[in-house]
Write a protein of this length. Sequence first.
Length: 148
Amino acid sequence: PAVQLAVETAMRQGELLTLTWSQVDRKNRLAMLDDPEKIKNGEPRAVPLSPAALAVLEALPRSVSGLVLPVRRMTLYSVFAAACARAKVENYTFHDLRHEALSRLAERGDFNVLELAAVSGHKTLQMLKRYTHLQAAKLADKLARAPG
C-alpha cells in the first residue's frame, strides 16, 4: 500500500508515514497535510486523491495509532530495498517514487505547472523541474497529435 500511495499521491515518505485517518477527507478526495512540523517545507497543503489512491485507502485496516500506514521508516526502507533487490532494480529508493508520480502527472498533459507544484508542495519551478522526468517518446507522441 505504501508504494501505491506514493505513486498515486506524490507524497514524501515522511508525509505518508505520519498521515493520520483524521487528515483523510474521503468525501472531498483530499489528504490534508496540515501539520507544519511534519511537512518538509512547512507549508500545509491539500493533496488530491485519485480513485486508485482512494481504493488503496479503503482497503487498509484502521490502526489503533490512527496512522494510515503504521510502519516505521526503517522498516519501510528495508522492505522496499528487499523488493527492489528481488526485482533486480538497482539504485532505486522509495523517494524515487515521488519523482515517478510527478513525472506521470506531468506526462498526462492536463496539469499545468502551478497545479503540479500544488500537488507536490514545491515552492519553486526549479525544484519541480528536478522531480519531473519527461519521456521524449511521449513528448513526440504529443507533438504528433497537435493540430497543424
